[in-house]
Design a protein. Structure first.
Length: 177
């Protein structure tokens, strides 16, 4: 098991969009192999024009941060403003727009380290609230992961997607100080 201290985090940039798509493709394939297609479907992000544009925008913005172990990117965090489909915060916040890790490094604390880094960013910015949303499966596996990382589930929500099943989500928040 990798000690979280050996995980380094660096800012992302425009050249990191392909790396972000690789991480998303890997996570989508991992989920699909386990029959968990409700979250991200089955198609690779790298062939979806909407996801490619999203990865390009995240990489070009200032909210992308990449986790590395031995100079290999093993996870990505995108922070910024909340997405339009979640209930708005009642105070200033930092929002986790994306957290994805390389499943080959599962169990090494990559996701938890990136979330701890997000909390550090919120503190540096003088913001006391860190929020995230995630897929709310019937077994609440991802919700439980965020709860283990210090978040508290708040509002559940749904996103209507024409021609596709409704996406069920959960907003979670964590106080930082």
């Amino acid at each position: 098991m990798t000690d979280q201290q050996s995980i380094t985090i660096r800012p992302g940039g425009p050249g990191d969009a392909p790396t972000l798509l690789r991480l998303l493709d890997s996570a989508t394939a991992w989920l699909a192999e386990r029959g968990r297609t409700d979250q991200w479907g089955t198609e690779p992000a790298s062939i979806d024009p909407r996801r490619i544009a999203q990865a390009d925008a995240w990489a070009a913005g200032n909210g992308l941060h990449l986790a590395e172990i031995d100079a290999t990117v093993v996870g990505a965090l995108v922070v910024g403003a909340a997405t339009e489909y979640v209930p708005p915060a009642t105070e200033p916040e930092l929002y986790v727009n994306l957290l994805v890790t390389d499943r080959a490094y599962a169990g090494r604390g990559v996701g938890a380290r990136l979330l701890a880094y997000a909390a550090e960013l919120a503190r540096e910015r003088g913001v006391g609230l860190l929020r995230v949303d995630c897929f709310r499966s019937p077994d609440r596996a991802l919700v439980r992961f965020y709860e283990r990382c210090g978040f508290t589930a708040t509002e559940p929500f749904t996103v209507e997607r024409p021609g596709r099943p409704t996406w069920t989500g959960q907003v979670l928040e964590r106080r930082v100080g």
